[in-house]
Design a protein around this ligand. Sequence first.
Ligand SMILES: Nc1ncnc2c1ncn2[C@@H]1O[C@H](COP(=O)(O)OP(=O)(O)O)[C@@H](O)[C@H]1O
Ligand SMILES: [Mg+2]
Length: 211
Amino acid sequence: MGKVIAVANQKGGTGKTSCAVHLLHWCSQKGKSLLIDADSQESSTRWLEGQGYNCQVERDPENLFELAIDAAENYQYVIIDCPASLGEVTKAAIYCAELVLVPVQPGVLDVDSASKTFRHIKHAQKVRKDGTPYGLAFINRATKRTRALKEAKEYLRQYTHVGLAKTIIYQRQLIQDAPASRATAFTLDGAAAVEVAELYQSLFKEALPNL
Ligand SMILES: Nc1ncnc2c1ncn2[C@@H]1O[C@H](COP(=O)(O)OP(=O)(O)O)[C@@H](O)[C@H]1O
Ligand SMILES: [Mg+2]
């Protein structure tokens, strides 16, 4: 069975799609991978268009659940890019995932809204009783040496059923520009791309240590 990995946070613009697309690229180097675009904005689908990746849109919660579980029989990695809501689609993704990555931006309102996603992870863990889905929050769009970053770390450490990644993804123009050039940090050239690729790689190694 392959691994289902959901990238979720009810808040928009926290970095779900950026993480999911980079993760798809990284996982594709390791094994057959599929990205399920569960967001009506279809950002990841547009980003990945014409690049030869396996990508499928599915926004119906029941279909999404079945698709992800069935796809795990044929793919080693199934990545779900969740919408910016805690509706049925995100719940379905969390319930069928083995791992849930939660990008969180520093800032009081952002960290507070992530707690609702953590609550759903806890509910799924209670139902499953085998410790899954593992939750891993990571701080995205951070600026070094800021109070917001320090406070976000302190706040997120309170949640013992969800881990906090040591890797922090900083605010980088390259990440913002990547979709327009239909690329990822892994495929772009230059020092800025190498730095961002290393950050994502470090995050993914923490999330999937056996890979
Ligand atoms: N670390 C980052 N540095 C700079 N821009 C970022 C970063 N992460 C995400 N972005 C940008 O922020 C916006 C929202 O990111 P996205 O991945 O689409 O979030 P979501 O899928 O959660 O809505 C996009 O314009 C994206 O390029
Ligand atoms: Mg998105």
